[in-house]
Ligand binder design. Structure first.
Ligand SMILES: Cc1cc2nc3c(=O)[nH]c(=O)nc-3n(C[C@H](O)[C@H](O)[C@H](O)COP(=O)(O)OP(=O)(O)OC[C@H]3O[C@@H](n4cnc5c(N)ncnc54)[C@H](O)[C@@H]3O)c2cc1C
Length: 447
């Protein structure tokens, strides 16, 4: 069910000569930004080098979560989940959104005590987060091995079905007057007198007053070609889905070693928590010191790998093409959809751990396994900002392992920014300059 470069092309609107806004990348961030702009009557063209939601936005767990967020992200996440709740009706699409709650499971008192800190933040935002006892966890997870000490629970959290949701919103963008083109890589931007005037795609030029780069794991490469510094790395995360099975838990749960959630099709999406793999390449050395603080704080959940498992090729990672011009075939055309192979170790761990925690699912078949490359910035929170050195260019990237849920909220933020409307949220933490102005890097709560 994952979307890859073998999937049929579904969005092939003709290239316009001119629009108000070009968006680079048709993941949840680019498509949500397009949605808000179109609804406000702005003309938008979304260029996607591969397939709509082909990369992170269809490969994720599908959690739409407020719980455990960075304090600066939380107001946007709250806004976002309300938007998700309205989107199905507004778009007329089945996005698979339900509010089944998010559960962080604790297997000891220390972990449980750590969850208490979050309640303070939750209280400030009138969130319904609470601590559950072991017996209360048993009521939610009906077939569990009974060893959870308790959990942090936010009943108003939810999920959507990633492989359906973003393509669904994309169709609604088209109906609202926007246009989207797959197999259309943006090579670079066009400028006149120091101001952005459009983009150069592999299919030709488009003139535009504003350009939003929402290129996920490719953003740093795109920005670097324009001499914009964006320290960004990627980690591989492996996921699997089971065959349809008994409903032992209808929400989203994560423990230190496993995460699982009920799917619309009656199966479970499963992942081995803590198996985020970074494949060391040239950028790992380039950005090493910037990432050092988050490397310390998240070392338990990160594995360094020296082989080739990112789907890019080892030599390419070590010696990437960093500069090209508008007539060159760009790296974006050479890799339409980043489709790394899933980790066999992670799949084995999921099998073992699922059976250990949910005995009735022991030995269940995984119908499909896949992986995605999560893009991360040094403080594990995104950039949502204008680029001062290139007036007319905006950047929305680095959403780490939590960009799907906040996607519609971030889309509204970016639409406001592009239109020059006053920001509804405090966006200081998300400014681009924090990586170059000597600011201290303060890692958020994690990937
Ligand atoms: C395994 C996994 C599990 C996750 N679980 C969750 C979860 O449960 N909840 C949650 O909130 N988040 C989760 N995430 C994170 C979430 O999926 C991402 O943060 C989010 O999808 C990022 O969206 P995006 O639009 O920024 O990037 P992407 O979805 O990666 O989209 C970027 C797009 O830009 C295109 N592109 C790049 N360069 C160009 C170019 N030059 N021209 C044209 N197109 C270009 C790419 O092809 C791509 O389609 C998970 C991620 C993974 C991989």
């Amino acid at each position: 069910m994952i979307i890859s470069d073998q999937s049929p092309v579904r969005f092939s609107d003709p290239l316009p000569d001119q629009v108000d806004v070009v968006i680079i990348g048709a993941g949840v961030i680019g498509i949500s930004t397009a949605w808000f702009l179109c609804k406000r009557g702005v003309s938008v063209f979304v260029c996607e080098k591969g397939r709509v939601a082909g990369e992170q936005s269809s490969r994720n767990w599908g959690w739409v979560r407020q719980q455990g967020r960075d304090a600066a992200e939380l107001p946007i996440a709250i806004d976002s989940i309300d938007t998700w709740a309205r989107l199905s009706e507004e778009t007329g699409e089945d996005l698979g959104f339900t509010r089944e709650g998010v559960l962080y499971l604790a297997d000891d008192d220390k972990k449980l005590a750590g969850f208490e800190d979050w309640l303070e933040i939750a209280k400030q935002h009138q969130l319904d987060s609470r601590i559950l006892t072991s017996a209360q966890v048993d009521e939610l997870i009906t077939d569990n091995a009974g060893h959870w000490r308790g959990a942090l629970y936010t009943a108003s959290d939810g999920r959507a079905e990633p492989f359906k949701a973003v393509p669904g919103i994309a169709r609604a963008v088209q109906r609202a007057g926007g246009a989207i083109r797959e197999n259309c890589a943006v090579r670079t931007i066009d400028s006149e007198a120091g101001r952005v005037t459009g983009v150069v795609t592999e299919l030709g030029r488009i003139r535009a007053q504003s350009v939003v780069c929402a290129a996920g794991a490719w953003s740093s490469l795109f920005a670097g070609n324009l001499d914009i510094k964006l320290p960004q790395l990627s980690v591989r995360a492996t996921v699997a889905r089971t065959a349809p099975t008994a409903d032992v838990f209808s929400g989203n749960a994560a423990a230190d070693d496993i995460a699982f959630r009920r799917r619309m099709d009656g199966g479970y999406t499963v992942a081995a928590s803590g198996m985020n793999e970074h494949f060391v390449g040239a950028d790992s050395f380039r950005y090493f010191f910037k990432f050092l603080p988050s490397l310390f704080s998240s070392s338990r959940y990160l594995k360094l790998r020296f082989g080739d498992g990112s789907g890019e090729g080892l030599m390419k990672r070590l010696l990437p093409t960093r500069k090209w011009n508008e007539v060159d075939i760009s790296p974006f055309e050479q890799n339409r959809v980043l489709n790394p192979p899933p980790s066999p170790i992670a799949i084995r761990q999921m099998h073992d751990r699922l059976g250990r925690h949910l005995p009735s699912l022991a030995g269940i078949t995984f119908e499909e396994a896949w992986a995605g490359m999560i893009d991360v910035l040094p403080d594990v929170v995104p950039v949502m900002d204008k680029v001062d050195s290139h007036p007319g260019l905006f950047l929305a990237t680095g959403f780490s392992g939590h960009g799907f849920g906040i996607g519609p909220g971030a889309g509204r933020v970016m639409a406001d920014m592009v239109q020059g409307r006053p920001a509804v949220h405090d966006l200081n933490r998300f400014r681009l300059s924090r990586f170059t102005d000597g600011s201290k890097i303060i890692p958020g709560p994690g990937l």
